[in-house]
Design a protein around this ligand. Sequence first.
Ligand SMILES: [Mn+2]
Length: 345
Amino acid sequence: MNATPVTEAGDVCWLRSDIALAAAARRQAAQLARGICLPEERVARVELCVTEMATNLLKYADDGSLALRVVRAGGHPAVECLSLDSGPGIDDVHGALRDGTSASGSLGIGMGAIGRLADASGVHSLPGRGTVVFARFWADDRIPPPGPVRTGGLTRPISGERVCGDTWAVRPLGAPGSDALLLMMCDGLGHGPLAARVADRAREAFRDSGHTSPEAVLQDVHRGLRGTRGAAVAIALADAAGQRVRLSGAGNIAALVASEGTRSGLLSLPGIVGLQLPRPRTFEAAFPPGAALVMHSDGLSDRWKPADFRGLFAQDPALAAAQILNQAAVRRDDAGIVVALHRRP
Ligand SMILES: [Mn+2]
């Protein structure tokens, strides 16, 4: 047992858009919802929500998929449903959110219904480039209040695999609800079950590390990954009170802090965590309110720019992670991303 509430990547069920999508999504979503003991009336809501998402994808999107999963915040489970497509996008998101008022008769219809069904929901659309819709259903109403830094992430396996070698995890530094969080992004070498085993071991080592500095946690993960094929790993400390991010990493993990139109990259050193760890170094960036820390594997191109994602970091971090993955992921590798948003007061 571990008393520290940890948020981490879990199994994500990815369903590509095809004719059977709505039925498959309903079945999967209901199974996840019953798995965390949602009452039947709420299971029905989750089913309605994914039916709406699937129908929208089939009718209006060029290509798309649904990601369904259980997430946990401080031990409280929720079902999360994400719809990702690559266009054409919604010109008038706010119109779309008012049920039935979408003038173009496009993707927007039904978005208002999703908003009423879910405990939390959101949509981010880039005209011509793609839309992400997000909905979350908590299993109970004792949800811990969010701290000043909210986090979320997403992983997607390489085409043809069911398991993913990319993973992420978050834990508070010190007491639950603390203003400082430790985040890990890990890319297990290769893909498939062996890479996924590296990812499991990395989450375990991250969870069990008693250290508070990114470089010491990185060394613990290095020890935890001995005997595996190794990974690229970055550990970041997002400190709301100190308004700083500190990061220590080895291997190819991209990390940046976006704030008020500026963008600071944080460096990882060459190396393979578990096999050959260089003497860790720590890099820093300012992390004021409104700033976003983004870390991702090389399954996402690092050519995306925060400026091209207007309004994204005002959204839920899970939705933000999903839209960046949607726009920047390459199909020939596992993809993983984690986002931390420092709330504006
Ligand atoms: Mn990779």
